[in-house]
Design a protein around this ligand. Structure first.
Ligand code: F6P
Length: 324
C-alpha cells in the first residue's frame, strides 16, 4: 500500500474535517501518500483532487462542513459516470479509497468496489444517525445539540406568548434526532417516522399537556407519515381553536457549526482506523462505534440493514407527561 484517496459524500456533517485530518495524519505517519478527492464521487468524474499533507489539515479539527466539499452525484449513478470515475482512480494510481458519508454514499462505494477491484473502507458521517453497524455517526451529536439549543430558545418565546410550537427537525426518514432532541429539550410531544401519527390523539395530548403551562413544544421529524410540520399544525388546528399555534423549521442550521468534542473524538478514531484497515488489506468494511469501542462490520450491512432509535424512549416521554 503506497497511496490512498479520501472523499466526503452526501450531506456534510460536523466532524468530517476532523476525520479527514485523522486519515491524512495516520497515512503520513505510515509514509503513505494521501490524495483528497473534491466534491465526493462527482469529483472523481470531474477529475478534481489534491495532495493532502499536514499543512492542509492543520487547524481544521474544529471546523464544520468539509474542506474537500461534497455532492449528491446523479452522474455517478450511471455506468458511464462510474467508468469516468474508475479511469481517474486508475490514473491517480491509488491503492485504496476511504469514503466518509451516509448510506447513499456507501451504496455508491459498494457498486464502485464491485466494478473496480479497489479496497474501499466506509466511515459513517451523517447527522441522521441512520446507519446500521454504529451507535453513532459523525455529526449526529453536534446536530442533536444544535437542535436542543434552538428548542431551548424557542421555548423562551413559546412560554412568553403561551404558544404551541411545532418544530421540524431533519433526519430524512429516521427519528433519531427528533426523539432524542425531544427528551433533551423536555418537549411535550414528538412525532417520528417509526410510529404512526394520530392527529386527534396529538391534539388531545396538547390540551392536557398545556394545562397550567405557559407553552408547549412538539418536535416533528421531517419524515413523519402525517406530513411536514406546517401540514401537521394545520391538521391539528381545527381541534385547538383557542390555541396560538406556530411552526419553526430548523433546516440546514442543523448541519453546520463546530463539531462537538464527541464528534471530533469518534471522527479521529474512525479516520485512523480506516487507514489501519487498508494497511491490513481489508476491503468493503465499515467502521462503527459500539459504546466506546470501535467496531468493524461489512459495508453491505450498513446499506441493507435498518437502524432505528430505541422506541422505549417514547414510553419514557409518555411517563413524563403532565397528567392533570
Ligand atoms: O442526510 C442529511 C440531511 O440533512 C437529511 O437530514 C435531510 O433530509 C437531507 O440531508 C437534506 O439534504 P439537502 O441538503 O441535499 O437538501
Amino acid at each position: 500500500l503506497k497511496k490512498i484517496a479520501v472523499l466526503t459524500s452526501g450531506g456534510d456533517a460536523p466532524g468530517m474535517n476532523a476525520c479527514i485530518r485523522a486519515v491524512v495524519k495516520a497515512s503520513l505517519h505510515f509514509e503513505l501518500e494521501c490524495i483528497g478527492i473534491y466534491d465526493g464521487f462527482q469529483g472523481l468524474i470531474d477529475r478534481k483532487s489534491c495532495v493532502l499533507d499536514y499543512a492542509v489539515v492543520n487547524n481544521v479539527i474544529q471546523r464544520g462542513g468539509t474542506i474537500l466539499g461534497t455532492a449528491r452525484s446523479q452522474e455517478f449513478r450511471t455506468t458511464e459516470g462510474r467508468q469516468k470515475a474508475i479511469s481517474y482512480l486508475k490514473e491517480l494510481q491509488v491503492d485504496g479509497l476511504i469514503v466518509i458519508g451516509g448510506d447513499g454514499s456507501f451504496t455508491g462505494a459498494k457498486i464502485l468496489g464491485d466494478e473496480y477491484d479497489l479496497p474501499i473502507i466506509g466511515i459513517p458521517g451523517t447527522i441522521d444517525n441512520d446507519i446500521y453497524g454504529t451507535d453513532h455517526t459523525i455529526g449526529y451529536d453536534t446536530a442533536l445539540n444544535t437542535v436542543v439549543d434552538a428548542v431551548d430558545k424557542i421555548r423562551d418565546t413559546a412560554s412568553s406568548h403561551h404558544r404551541v410550537f411545532f418544530v421540524e427537525v431533519m433526519g430524512r426518514d429516521s427519528g433519531f434526532i427528533a426523539l432524542n432532541a425531544a427528551i433533551a429539550s423536555g418537549a411535550e410531544s414528538v412525532l417520528i417516522p417509526e410510529e404512526l401519527t394520530d392527529i386527534p390523539k396529538l391534539a388531545e395530548s396538547i390540551k392536557t399537556q398545556n394545562k397550567g403551562k405557559r407553552g408547549s413544544i412538539i418536535i416533528i421529524a421531517e419524515g413523519d407519515d402525517a406530513g411536514d410540520a406546517v401540514t401537521i399544525m394545520n391538521k391539528v388546528k381545527p381541534y385547538l381553536p383557542d390555541y396560538d399555534l406556530r411552526c419553526t423549521i430548523l433546516g440546514h442550521i442543523q448541519r453546520g457549526g463546530n463539531p462537538s468534542a464527541y464528534d471530533r473524538i469518534i471522527a479521529t478514531r474512525m479516520g485512523a482506523k480506516a487507514v489501519e484497515l487498508l494497511r491490513e488489506g481489508m476491503t468493503d468494511k465499515m467502521i462503527g462505534m459500539q459504546g466506546d469501542l470501535i467496531v468493524i462490520s461489512s459495508i453491505e450491512d450498513g446499506i441493507k440493514k435498518e437502524s432505528s432509535p430505541d422506541l422505549s424512549k417514547l414510553e419514557l416521554l409518555a411517563q413524563l407527561r403532565t397528567k392533570k
